[in-house]
Design a protein around this ligand. Structure first.
Ligand code: NAD
Length: 343
C-alpha cells in the first residue's frame, strides 16, 4: 500500500515512520497541504493521509479518484473538511475517532484555568522579575455553572473534569445521551445560565456559527468561552464585538474560524492579514493556542496505530468501524450495522 501523506509535521513523521514496515505501508511525505493544486502529487499512490486543514472538496476528490486513490485516511476525528457526499461511491473515507478524548478535554481545562487564574499574565510578569499580583484576580470554578455543547467522547471527559472542580454542569446535544445523569437544556437556556461555555460538538452546516451575535446577547455578562472543537462554531466577529462590549469576560480558543492558512505554521516575523485574529490576540482576556489540544504522546501514538489499522482493514477488504459516509447516522439500517462497508 502506497500512502501519500499531506501536511507533514515532525511529530507526524516520529509517530508514523516507525510502524510503516510492520503494516506494509510505503509512505510518501509531503509538507504541503492537500488542495486542487497539490492533489496530483498523490497519483501513483493507493491512499492519502490528511489532517484538519487539508482541503478534500469535490474537485480534489475527482483528481484523487482519477489518479487511482481509493482511500482517504483522516488522521483526526473531525471530518468537516471532506465532501463526504461527493466521495460516496468513489473513495472510501476513514477517520480516527476518540484517539484521546482526555488530550482535548484536558487542554480545554488547561485553557480555562489559565484564563480564570491569569496564569498567562503571571508567567510573563515573573519572567520579567515583576512579582506584583495586582490585576491578576481570578474567580473560583467551584460552584460555577459550565455549559457543555456536545456530550460525545470529549464533552463527557470535560464534564467529569468540571464535576471534579465542584461545578454545576448543564449540557446541550442534538442527540442527548440517555440515562447519562447529564442535565440537558436547550441552547438559549445554556447560554443564559452558564458562567463558562465549552464547545465539543462537530462543525456541520447546522452548527456553523452556533455561537453568534444573538448568542452573545443571551449570555451572562462576563461569560468565559472555551472552544477546542472547530473554529467556525463561533462567529469570530461577533465574539470580538462581545469582548469589546465587555459582555464576554474571556475566550480560550484552540481553534479559529479562518485558521486554515495560519495555524500549525511559524508566522512570527510576518504581518498578520487577518484583522479579527490580530485584534483577538491583542486582548488581555483572550488566549489562543494553535489547534494543539490533540498534541499528546498518547494521542499521536493512537492516531498512527488506528490509521494503520484502518489501512489494513481496507486492504483486506474488510469492514471498518471507522469508515465515514454522508449517510452514516442519517439512515435506518445502515450497511455498517451489518458490518459491511459504506458502499
Ligand atoms: P463525538 O462524535 O464523540 O461527540 C460529538 C457530540 O456532538 C455527539 O454527542 C453528537 O451528538 C453532538 N452533536 C452532533 N451534532 C450536534 C449539534 N448540531 N448540536 C449539538 N451537538 C451535536 O466527537 P468527539 O470525539 O467528542 O469530538 C468533538 C469534536 O472535537 C470533533 O468534532 C472535532 O471537531 C473536535 N476535536 C478537536 C481537536 C483539537 O485538537 N482541537 C481534537 C479532536 C477533536
Amino acid at each position: 500500500m502506497k500512502l501519500a501523506f499531506f501536511d507533514t509535521k515532525s511529530y507526524d513523521r516520529s509517530s508514523f515512520e516507525p510502524l510503516a514496515a510492520e503494516y506494509g505501508v510505503e509512505i510518501h511525505f509531503f509538507d504541503t497541504k492537500l488542495s486542487p493544486d497539490t492533489a496530483p502529487l498523490a497519483h501513483g499512490c493507493d491512499a492519502v493521509c490528511v489532517f484538519v486543514n487539508d482541503n478534500v472538496n469535490a474537485e480534489v476528490i475527482d483528481i484523487l479518484y482519477e489518479g487511482g486513490i481509493r482511500l482517504i485516511c483522516l488522521r483526526c476525528a473531525g471530518y468537516n473538511n471532506v465532501d463526504l457526499t461527493h466521495a460516496f461511491g468513489k473513495i472510501h473515507v476513514v477517520h480516527v475517532p476518540g484517539y484521546s478524548p482526555y488530550a482535548v478535554a484536558e487542554h480545554a481545562a488547561a485553557l480555562l484555568l489559565t484564563s480564570v487564574r491569569r496564569i498567562h499574565k503571571a508567567y510573563n510578569r515573573t519572567r520579567d522579575y515583576n512579582f506584583s499580583i495586582a490585576g491578576l484576580e481570578g474567580f473560583d470554578l467551584h460552584g460555577k455553572t459550565v455549559g457543555v455543547v456536545g456530550t460525545g467522547k470529549i464533552g463527557r471527559v470535560f464534564i467529569d473534569i468540571c464535576r471534579g472542580f465542584g461545578m454545576k454542569v448543564l449540557a446541550y446535544d442534538k442527540f442527548p445521551a440517555k440515562d447519562s445523569g447529564i442535565d440537558y437544556v436547550d441552547l438559549p437556556t445554556l447560554f443564559r445560565e452558564s458562567d463558562i461555555i465549552s464547545f465539543h460538538c462537530p462543525l456541520t452546516d447546522e452548527t456553523f456559527h452556533l455561537f453568534d451575535g444573538k448568542a452573545v446577547e443571551q449570555c451572562k455578562k462576563g461569560v468565559i468561552l472555551v472552544n477546542t472543537s472547530r473554529g467556525a462554531l463561533i462567529d469570530a466577529e461577533a465574539l470580538l464585538d462581545g469582548i469589546k462590549a465587555r459582555k464576554i469576560g474571556g475566550a480560550c480558543l484552540d481553534v479559529y474560524e479562518e485558521e486554515g492558512d495560519i495555524f500549525f505554521e511559524d508566522r512570527s516575523g510576518h504581518i498578520v492579514d487577518d484583522d479579527v485574529l490580530a485584534r483577538l490576540i491583542s486582548m488581555p482576556n483572550v488566549i489562543v493556542t494553535s489547534h494543539q489540544a490533540f498534541l499528546t504522546q498518547e494521542a499521536l501514538s493512537n492516531i498512527a496505530t488506528v490509521t494503520y489499522e484502518n489501512i489494513r482493514d481496507f486492504a483486506a477488504e474488510g469492514f471498518s468501524a471507522n469508515e465515514l459516509c454522508y449517510r452514516c447516522g442519517r439512515i435506518d439500517h445502515c450497511r455498517k450495522e451489518g458490518r459491511e462497508r459504506c458502499f
